[in-house]
Structure formats: C-alpha cells, structure tokens
Design a binder for this molecule. Structure first.
Ligand SMILES: [Zn+2]
Ligand SMILES: [Zn+2]
Length: 106
C-alpha cells in the first residue's frame, strides 16, 4: 500500500493534503482509533484525535503508517502541547520519547 501511495505522490495524482480525503486514509485512521481508544498521554477516552507524529504535510508517505500515529485528546496539554508544542504549525519530533516517559521535558 505504501508503494502505491508513493506512486501517486510521485505522479502528482494526489496532493499531500488531498490524501486526507481518500478512503484508505479514513479507514486506517478509524482502525488506529479503534485499536488505541484512549489518549496515549492522559488516558482519556473522549474527544480523541489521531495525531501524526510527523505531519502529513511534511511526510505524506507516512500518512497511513500506523507507526506514525498516536491518539491524543483535545485537552490543550495533550494534542496541542504534547503533539504540537503549542503551535499547530509545529510538531513534536520527540513525542515517542515523551509518551514512553510521561514526565520528560517537551
Ligand atoms: Zn489526553
Ligand atoms: Zn496533531
């Protein structure tokens, strides 16, 4: 499947952001959420987002890679701070470390 996505990107058949509207993307996100039904930072099970560790705009080839996903809730300290360091245009490249050691510095 990843090879197929790379093919599409290379050939300009799909834009980095357009992938969010594909059936494959929606299915993988849903699957990820059902296998990770709690915020992976605080454990809450409400208002969840699937966050990409490396954003789709930066690494479209990882858009449907579950290793690049993490469930975070919409409490500011979860998705916004842990996922994006307090800036939606930024992302936290140390998120995997933080989630395995919740008291680590952002
Ligand atoms: Zn949370
Ligand atoms: Zn996010």
């Amino acid at each position: 499947m990843l090879g197929f996505l790379r093919f599409l990107f290379r050939n300009g058949g799909i834009s980095a952001l357009g992938i969010r509207n594909t059936a494959v993307y929606k299915r993988v996100m849903k699957e990820y959420l059902s296998s990770h039904p709690n915020c992976e930072y605080c454990g809450r099970d409400k208002k969840l987002d699937v966050h990409h560790k490396i954003p789709v705009s930066v690494a479209p080839e990882l858009a449907t890679d579950k290793n690049n996903m993490v469930t975070l809730c919409r409490k500011p300290q979860c998705h916004f701070i842990i996922g994006h360091k307090g800036n939606w245009k930024d992302y936290n490249d140390k998120i995997s470390k933080i989630l395995s050691a919740p008291n680590a510095q952002i």
